[in-house]
Design a protein around this ligand. Structure first.
Ligand code: SF4
Length: 260
């Protein structure tokens, strides 16, 4: 039977492991008694139920630093290091409600980058961007451009899902956009394609509607920037697929001059 002090120290130990992203342990009585005296001296490796950990668990365990400055972001030279730096982010309240941080996915040397507004339910559950029905449509759109999904890079402005898929709030964008900017600086795409009105308006800092944003080559921090429909909108309204295809042809033409 543990006394009160031992219980408190065990609670501290468990809190430390949770903060480090670990969510599952089996602690044998022997382990508890042999470790509890050392809890406050050094981290102790817990005995795990299973040695195998999912990619998602591994990523979460690596995300131990919830606060960082913009200087830490700009210091990162690779997407991998950037993700490690920011994946525990709680700069805005969405960091407390997300299931998974959704950094982005694709070719780190991509010439074309697609940017949506924020993860949805499927993305939040899997920690990957554009993986639901809209994501499958995006994959088909990319293939129609005579590219493979793995040729491009896909991400969102926000890395955490807003509850009930509401629009991003200005303060969330302000907190999160430095991560996206650094991703763009590292990838250095030739063309960015914004998926949806919110993405286009937010990144271009404009209230113009989608109709007036489409069909033009904008500039986003020195990169050609084209706005089109969000794939989820195309699922709701297939009549927009033809104009969306015109936008993608423009993206491909601006990328390498190929006329589709
Ligand atoms: S949305 Fe962006 S700023 Fe907010 S917690 Fe997630 S990563 Fe951090």
């Amino acid at each position: 039977m543990m006394n009160r002090s031992e219980k408190e120290r065990l609670a501290d130990f468990v809190s430390q492991r949770i903060e480090m992203g670990e969510t599952e342990w089996y602690l044998s009585p022997d382990f508890i008694h042999s470790s509890i005296g050392r809890v406050n001296e050094s981290p102790v490796s817990p005995v795990k139920k299973s040695a195998a950990r999912s990619d998602s668990e591994m990523k979460k365990a690596a995300c131990v630093e919830p606060s960082f400055g913009n200087g830490s972001i700009t210091a990162q030279k690779s997407l991998e290091d950037l993700e490690k730096t920011v994946c525990g982010c709680v700069r805005c309240s969405l960091g407390r409600t997300r299931t998974n941080f959704v950094f982005g996915d694709g070719n780190p040397d991509a010439d074309i980058m697609f940017i949506g507004e924020a993860p949805g339910a499927d993305e939040d559950a899997q920690g990957m961007p554009f993986v639901g029905r809209a994501g499958q449509l995006l994959t088909r759109m990319i293939e129609a451009m005579k590219l493979r999904r793995e040729d491009v890079y896909i991400g969102n402005i926000l890395k955490c899902r807003p509850p009930n898929n509401r629009d991003p709030k200005p303060e969330e964008i302000e907190m999160c956009e430095p991560i996206l900017l650094r991703q763009i600086e590292i990838i250095r795409p030739a063309v960015i394609c914004a998926l949806g009105r919110i993405s286009g308006q937010t990144l271009l800092r404009t209230k113009s509607n989608l109709a007036s944003l489409r069909g033009k080559i904008h500039d986003y921090h020195g990169v050609k920037f084209i706005v089109t429909y969000h794939p989820a909108a195309l699922l709701r309204n297939p009549h927009w697929k033809k104009p969306a295809w015109d936008d993608l042809r423009l993206v491909r033409r601006e990328y390498d001059g190929l006329e589709l």
